[in-house]
Design a binder for this molecule. Sequence first.
Ligand code: SF4
Length: 621
Amino acid sequence: MANGYVGKIALVDLSTEKIETIPLEDSICSDFIGGYGLGAKLLYDLQKPGTDALSPESILGFMTGPLTGTPAVTGSRFAVLGKSPLTGTWSDSNCGGYFGPALKMAGYDGIFVRGAARAPVYILAADGKIDIVDAGEIWGKNTSDAEQIIKKQLGDKTQVASIGIAGEKQVLIANIINDEGRAAGRSGFGAVMGSKKLKAVVAKGERDVPLADPHKMQELRKEAIRDMKKDDGLFEAFQNGSGAYTPMGIATGDAPTKNWSGSGWDDFPQGSDWTDKDVYKYRVKKYACYRCPIACGGLVKMESKKYGVLETHQPEYETMAVFSSNCLNDNIESLIKIDNLCNNYGVDTISAGSLVAYVIQCFEEGLITKEDIDGLEMTWGNHEAIVAMTEKIATREGIGDILAGGFQSAIEHLGTRTEPYAMHVRGEALPMHDPRFEPALGLIYKINASPAKHLPASQFFKPPGLDLDIPDFGTDIEKQVERARSIRVLECLNNAMSSAGLCVRGYLSFDVRFLAAFLEAATGKNWTVEGLVEAGERIANMRQAFNVREGVNLIDEKFPRLALGKPPLERGPLAGSSVDIDSMLEAYLEEMDWDKESGRPSRRKLNELGLQNIADDLGSQ
Ligand code: SF4
């Protein structure tokens, strides 16, 4: 087995309690790198097409990359992957903290879970061995309590990725939390764990990750950190935590306002004197994921008359934006309360906040009444009602039971007239970066195999040092098609970076050549930027093949017209801006060599990437 990997992936069947080892050949590691890339290949082979995501037959993967748990800068990440119960598409959700490194140090590159337990369990990976452990004591507990109980029993160095009550109740926007506040947030994988009665995956171990050239790895680490700190201020900006970006996001129009219908501070003047310092006035401590010099995390302590004493994690930008400008809510204490509540129940904040904003707009426009929503006064900025509605969704209480099924369930129940205010793609809520601010985002939200996600959307950034001519970022309609063409290479590199186990904030802070160099020092194989693009393209095609085989065609999928500037906003920072999504889509599909009607990858492209068997399977032309 190549270095960088520990050479073992477990397949745990919770129905039969059988534990197998998935064979891991060197060649598929080189072809798909690791993380969700390797996961896409394994899941395609292991899971039958058409499997219901919440059925025992579905498979959920937890995968690390070859750089996870190594000295590579920001090598903390792991991916959760599978078929999303929310969208029915391929999905992967990425997370940092300490769980990923611990899984590798416990002797596993990944764990795949199928079946469903009869009673609640957790999976314990420790010192090269897997156990299925009774979780009766922690079922019904929030994520933070469950983590603390397990750590008390197994020791502080144990790392826990668990679901909360939302996952147990199969809320379709339930997430998975590790380190009490790091979330594999999107796609509803918490509900998949709930359907399997799997409360947590727990990792404990102190094995070294084998490296081809440990000395070189340490040297590269020092060089990469020097490179990150060099000049452009991005490193410093990332150190403040993403929440610090919120005031700027609202001022520029990047952050949606008033459920995407408003215009920055014009519609949200209450927050216009916010600075990043206001956002973090409650911060008492900073912290980092595994060996990360950026350390973007923070803990806050708040003593609020309304919301009591809270010691919790600082909210990230997406949470801040969706529950502040998007709901016209300027009460920062309520944002911290909501963040804590969502982490503890195990609910995705972007999805919950988007559903709340939709309910507010439907209520304000007279499309629904108080009777429809359990008597709550869902008006813009009513933070108490916003907190209450979020809690209802997380616990499936009253109207929350409908909203817990996501936008599709909400529209079915509240009426198709509410549909224009539902900002989602196939049920996944749009993230808090507006395509009217950067049109390439619209393309990525629409066509990425795991749609409406903000981490793949970072593909629109060019990493430092990449020799690729891309038109400037911005809304110029003439340049949208050119930008769409450049997404292929950026997407492929982004896939390679994530699959290797790095964090996007590291990747965007140091020269792209470090990614290849870290991989080479870890695995001993020769990696170049071109090789990374090729592997990333193989991963993109594998994810797309999963969707095609499931009968998912994102080309035909509805996309919220408001987010495309149809009609354009009349005032504010995004006035007049619109997105030519059809032309961008056509250019992108041409670059990818995917069929313009079905999205099916061409036989030529699949052959070029060594995926002939996939071409046969899909009947590619
Ligand atoms: S930048 Fe932040 S999220 Fe990324 S690895 Fe570092 S601490 Fe974790």
